[in-house]
Design a protein around this ligand. Structure first.
Ligand SMILES: Cc1cc2nc3c(=O)[nH]c(=O)nc-3n(C[C@H](O)[C@H](O)[C@H](O)COP(=O)(O)OP(=O)(O)OC[C@H]3O[C@@H](n4cnc5c(N)ncnc54)[C@H](O)[C@@H]3O)c2cc1C
Length: 391
């Protein structure tokens, strides 16, 4: 489909595609097998200006005036995820860690932290989840107690993408447990702050080039200037706003993985012969390919539509954001599973990329809100909207 990209968008697609094909593709298998964090690829992205696509120009980024740059981030993430969803995530997860600053920080905080992320000199990470607080983020136990001009953080964050590798962490902690969600605050914690260490790096099913690590806070002293927005109690609003802005990025990762699997399947079906003919000649295979293509394009249309709407200034887009995250991640899982089917036994082997794509796809149904949580949010909004219409 022709999405009538602007010249800037076309340039982002071509630049990202070149990095994906020339730099990421040759290393993806090795980085996946060894769990290597792709710093050399982050440098490629940084040199190409891809680290600041969603950060306004005044802070060193490339997000055009009057836009949030979500579409730009989505296009880059899609292109790179076509080749490796794990490597592409280094930049997308940095965006996740940066949105709390973009959405809630003071001008001084933005000036201090955004330029280094935009230039790719530093990565960011988002610390919300804990062992007992996943979908139910409100159950978090990490605390931040004010002492003089500092906050003392105690607690452990689990499964944090870019953990250890990032320099800038947006961390959520309870400043007043008695207030429930209104007692949560967000802090910017720099790597190297005394009392802030890292736990184990996870050994994962997929996205193995991405680092997933525990963040441990033991009497960690964070200067009060690092309370995001300078106001206690805004953490939950910032976290929800962040996820609404970042979910199109996960959807783009899912879309890219699915599109990559479709490309691989088409190429394989055109060359693999059985019963004296190419398997692309069997209608059963053709129909699988056709359905995969329809679903990839439907996911793409939804991801782009939501991203453009957010960029254009939509204010109430939580449901739209959940729509595209839910749909694209379900498509990614289905399409990559069918890609393995089209490859037959070869698809199950590590010599071919589709088994990795299937492993990588799975996470998109889990993080930044599971598929069930997306459906909960969509249903709650639909019912509320319907009730409002009746009035
Ligand atoms: C590789 C990886 C990277 C991650 N990166 C980050 C990161 O950078 N930062 C961060 O903060 N977190 C991160 N996470 C955490 C991620 O966001 C959580 O894993 C996710 O939100 C789900 O939480 P949970 O795993 O505790 O599952 P649970 O919440 O325990 O859910 C278990 C199951 O129950 C279902 N369920 C739970 N509640 C409901 C409900 N109300 N209705 C219906 N079904 C429900 C879920 O859908 C799921 O199927 C990461 C996780 C992984 C695996």
């Amino acid at each position: 489909m022709n999405y009538f990209f602007t010249d800037e968008e076309q340039m982002i697609i071509e630049t990202s595609r070149e990095i994906a094909q020339k730099k990421i593709k040759p290393v993806r298998e090795h980085y996946d097998a060894e769990g290597i964090f792709p710093w050399d690829m982050v440098k490629e992205m940084a040199n190409a200006g891809l680290c600041g696509l969603y950060i306004p120009e005044e802070y060193g980024g490339m997000s055009p005036k009057g836009s949030k740059g979500i579409m730009q981030l989505v296009l880059a993430t899609e292109e790179m995820s076509k080749v490796c969803g794990g490597i592409a995530l280094s930049n997308a997860a940095s965006a996740l860690g940066t949105f709390p600053i973009l959405l809630g920080a003071t001008e001084a905080q933005k000036k201090k932290y955004l330029p280094d992320v935009a230039s790719g000199k530093k990565l960011a990470a988002f610390g919300l989840t804990e062992a007992g607080a996943g979908s139910d983020a409100g159950a978090m136990r990490t605390t931040a107690v004010k002492k003089g001009n500092k906050y003392i953080l105690n607690g452990t964050k689990q499964w944090i993408t870019n953990g250890f590798e990032a320099e800038t962490y947006t961390v959520f902690a309870m400043t007043d447990k008695s207030k429930g969600a209104r007692g949560c605050s967000c802090f910017i914690v720099e790597k190297g702050t005394p009392g802030f260490t890292f736990g184990k790096k996870e050994n994962k099913m997929g996205i193995r080039a991405s680092a997933t690590t525990e963040l441990i806070f033991q009497d960690c002293e964070v200067p009060e200037e690092n309370l995001v927005g300078g106001k206690e109690g805004t953490g939950f609003i910032i976290a929800v706003g962040t996820l609404n802005h970042s979910r199109p990025g996960v959807a783009a990762q899912a879309l890219g993985i699915a599109a990559g699997a479709l490309d691989e399947s088409l190429a394989y079906a055109r060359q693999r012969e059985q019963f004296g003919q190419k398997i692309s000649g069997f209608q059963a295979v053709q129909h699988m390919l056709a359905i995969m293509a329809v679903e990839v394009e439907a996911a793409r249309s939804l991801v782009y539509a939501v991203s453009r709407s957010v960029d254009a200034g939509a204010t109430d887009f939580a449901k739209d954001s959940a729509f595209c995250k839910y749909y694209a991640s379900e498509v990614a899982m289905k399409v990559t599973t069918n890609a393995v089917q089209i490859f037959g036994g070869y698809g199950y082997m590590k010599e071919y990329p589709v088994e990795k794509m299937m492993r990588d796809a799975k996470i998109t149904q889990i993080y930044e809100g599971t598929s069930q949580i997306q459906l909960n949010e969509i249903a709650a909004k639909l019912i509320k909207e319907s009730a409002q219409k009746k009035k």
